[in-house]
Design a binder for this molecule. Structure first.
Ligand SMILES: NC(=O)c1ccc[n+]([C@@H]2O[C@H](COP(=O)([O-])OP(=O)(O)OC[C@H]3O[C@@H](n4cnc5c(N)ncnc54)[C@H](OP(=O)(O)O)[C@@H]3O)[C@@H](O)[C@H]2O)c1
Length: 241
């Protein structure tokens, strides 16, 4: 069966007001989908509205707030593609033994947020719909001081395999980015470019990826009707380097 076009399909992207989610919204809208994105902060919402230029809808919702998610899903009605690219949790990049229990647990807010998105969104999904989540290369590339990223990413990937089995024929997949130049690194300020270059110098493709490259991977799993329960790496070969 050929890949399905997303033209005319309804696509909802939680965590879609910046970075990878926003690039996915732009790509899906350009492919003719009806797209809604959501995030928490007004600053990202305003930037997303500017980027959208009316090509997609921008709303406020939080992966941890079922009411805000439900309000959005009620507006959309039947959802063909439910995507979550939200960060959704606080990560403390220190060795495990130097973190407090609270710091370690806080990283798992990403998983709980994705779980709420799927639980709240499931009744709205079309019977041939699809769910796509975003993990990250630390799930399978183990580095010191990255246990929160690694553990929560691996949990997201395993949740996806469980959901693919339980929710079939709805397809459920996850895309795993490597180091990608997004707002996630804006706190580095003027050092961002140099830091990203240093972080990626040993990768097989020695540069940071772009949001558009990861969005390409997300659109692939959304459209290919023979793909479910799969993790697609878009990481410049980071996990092999
Ligand atoms: N960039 C990388 O190098 C990289 C690497 C591996 C994995 N990832 C993963 O890729 C995904 C996207 O990351 P990104 O780099 O595109 O991040 P980003 O540029 O910071 O964008 C994250 C988006 O998620 C929204 N968001 C965060 N928490 C949310 C919540 N609780 N509810 C709703 N929206 C929320 C943000 O808006 P508000 O903050 O305004 O809500 C924003 O729209 C994340 O899951 C991240 O962990 C990224």
């Amino acid at each position: 069966m050929p890949s399905s076009s997303i033209k005319g399909k309804s696509v909802v992207i939680i965590g879609g007001t910046a970075g990878i989610g926003l690039a996915t919204a732009q790509a899906a809208a350009a492919a003719g989908a009806k797209v809604w994105v959501a995030g928490r902060s007004e600053s990202h919402i305003e930037k997303a509205k500017l980027a959208a230029q009316g090509a997609f809808e921008v709303r406020q919702a939080d992966t941890h707030d079922a009411e805000s998610l439900k309000a959005l899903f009620d507006e959309v009605g039947t959802i063909d593609h439910l995507v979550s690219a939200a960060v959704g949790g606080e990560r403390t990049l220190k060795p495990f033994l130097e973190q407090t229990e609270e710091q370690f647990k806080a990283a798992y807010d990403k998983l709980w947020g994705y779980a709420k998105v799927v639980r709240t969104g499931a009744p709205y999904l079309a019977t041939d719909g699809a769910v796509t989540l975003v993990s990250g290369s630390p799930a399978r590339k183990i580095r010191p001081a990255q246990s929160p990223l690694s553990c929560v990413g691996a949990s997201v990937e395993n949740l996806v395999r469980c959901l693919a089995v339980e929710m079939a024929p709805i397809r459920v997949n996850v895309v795993s980015p490597g180091t990608v130049d997004t707002a996630m690194f804006d706190a580095m300020g003027d050092a961002k470019e140099a830091n990203l270059a240093a972080m990626t110098t040993s990768h097989l493709i020695p540069r940071a990826g772009t949001s558009e490259e990861v969005a390409d991977g997300i659109l692939f799993v959304m459209q290919n009707r023979f793909v479910t329960g799969t993790t697609v790496d878009v990481d410049g070969g980071r996990i092999l380097s």
